[in-house]
Design a protein. Structure first.
Length: 133
């Protein structure tokens, strides 16, 4: 019994330590306005999401209009990252990006995203705002 309690205490402490070292990120991928429309606040809030980060890996959910996308991200260095998006229709997009720190914990992140389901080999440039807690 005592050995089992010790194992549980060690597991609990390691879980608490790992959660304490993790961080949350709120990100918004800015969408381009439709043809003939002007940019508005909706372009900033259409693709907003929350990610949980631990070490080099982040995972979360991003709202895309009325739908939700899963997002995963892997840090390739201090500022570079690779990421993937999966829609509710199970369409996958992969991209790479650069995190530019503009103020305290606020980042501007230009990235290049390629839709893996489409035959079009041209991806699109994206711009995101991210705040890390």
């Amino acid at each position: 019994k005592t050995k089992m309690k010790n194992i549980l205490v060690v597991l609990l402490l390691s879980l608490i330590t790992s959660v304490a070292s993790a961080q949350f990120m709120v990100t918004s991928m800015i969408s381009s306005p439709a043809e003939g429309e002007e940019i508005s606040l909706d372009n900033l809030t259409d693709n907003i999401g929350v990610m949980y980060s631990m070490n080099k890996i982040s995972a979360g959910i991003m709202m895309n209009g009325d739908n939700y996308n899963l997002i995963a991200r892997y840090s390739l260095g201090e500022k570079l990252f690779a990421y993937g998006l999966m829609t509710e229709e199970e369409e996958i997009s992969l991209g790479v990006g650069y995190a530019l720190n503009v103020w305290s914990k606020l980042y501007i992140e230009p990235s290049y995203l390629l839709d893996m389901e489409s035959e079009d080999t041209e991806g699109e440039l994206k711009l995101s705002l991210t705040y890390k807690f």
